[in-house]
Design a protein around this ligand. Sequence first.
Ligand SMILES: Nc1ncnc2c1ncn2[C@@H]1O[C@H](COP(=O)(O)OP(=O)(O)OP(=O)(O)O)[C@@H](O)[C@H]1O
Ligand SMILES: [Mg+2]
Length: 481
Amino acid sequence: MRGLSGKVLLLTIIFVMLGEVLIFLPSIANFRIQWLKGRIAQAEIAALAAEAAPDQILSSDLRSEILMGAGVLVVSLEKGESRKLALRSDTDFMIDASFDLRSTMWYEAVTDAFGAMWAGESRVISVMDMPPNMSGDLIEIALYEEPLRAAMFRYAINILLLSIFLSLLVAGMIFAALNWVLVKPMQRLTRNMVEFGRNPEDFSRIIKPGAGRDEIGIAERELHDMQTELATMLQQKNHLAALGLAVSKVSHDLRNMLTSAQLISDRLSDVEDPTVKRFAPKLISSLDRAIEFLSQTLKFGRAQELPPQRELLELRELADEVIETAVVKTSGRIRIFNRVKPGVVVDADREHLIRVLTNLKRNAVQALEFLQGERPDAPDGVITLDARREGSVAVIEVRDNGPGIPAQVRERLFQAFQSSARQGGTGLGLAIAAELVRAHGGDIAVQSSSDAGTCFVITIPDQVRQLRPGRSGERKVSLKA
Ligand SMILES: Nc1ncnc2c1ncn2[C@@H]1O[C@H](COP(=O)(O)OP(=O)(O)OP(=O)(O)O)[C@@H](O)[C@H]1O
Ligand SMILES: [Mg+2]
């Protein structure tokens, strides 16, 4: 009964009952009036019969027989001005109520009908009407009300039984129809929602929308779309969570391996060979950086970057460092040039900037190696690092003569996991680079990219440094100017 179908059933029964009552009131009133009119017609005929008697004189026996046959106590007919009592029984009686059928309004008819049913058994009523056979202007009869009451009760009981039967029939049909059209589809919807809610990652629980064009059809389709979206999102989230765990595991063990490598490479410092002497410190600092980075990742459970520790860096030196760590295949057909003029500085975090430039350089190297693998006749690869100052902004360019960025990734180049067009690429390199540069308040963009090559531009503005308190007043500021 708490459910939708119980409510629908209850409401249907109430409304059908209400409808029956509304029909019952006028029909019982009408029944009474028709019954009385029948009596009046009989009485009129009786009166006419009495008039036809010789000298209009009837024996007392005959008179009461005629009156009993007509079911009335008195009949009087009025014609023109003259009123004449046609027939009267010998019994004494008092009129308890009188009704005029010529001027009865519908609501009076209803109240009169209920009055008759409520009244005591022995009422005598008088009724006036137009004579149905047009034998005069007015006919008035008096009669016992009891037969009328009995007939009305019989009629009411018949109507009641019929009503109950019809109500049940109609209520059943309406209920079945509503159930089929509304309740069943709603139940399907709610059941599906509950089922889906228990395991929103299960694609097989997504509702299969019907072809209906009504509101329920629309609701089903909308629900289907929402569930699909939710399930997809949850799947992506699970995927990312699994990835996060994998990253943590990888970071953890990689850090251990790198620590052993660091211990071994420490021993390289003792080797006298000049090449080793040159590279050993770089190797050691690379390893240090890697270990530090992995430790940070593990500590926060995710690769969240620390805020940049900014300092003024000589870009030429930095570029050298980036170039020296390049791992280029032994074919030797890729050369990297440092075109940065001495004295160009950038205000940035050293580690971050090295990572940004290394990512760009690695991309360029990979693009060139790919090109040379595809087309051995391609010209030698050239990568140049260049930088300049524009006011308080350092502008760094990484240019190559590679194949250009594939059109399908250009839109999403700086979005994590979205941009890789390279086999074995994760599509993270540029996303990381962009994040690091933006943390400096700077920007990274593709300046140009075609089959003649690609150029990435990084701009990093100097940090706005606050003047030390007490010194600002020493500056001469001319307000007049
Ligand atoms: N210099 C370039 N020349 C040609 N294509 C490039 C260049 N730089 C980037 N791309 C293209 O942009 C894509 C995205 O680069 P990104 O560094 O973000 O990811 P990735 O190199 O594929 O993977 P990851 O760096 O994470 O190992 C690359 O797959 C490559 O197709
Ligand atoms: Mg890359």
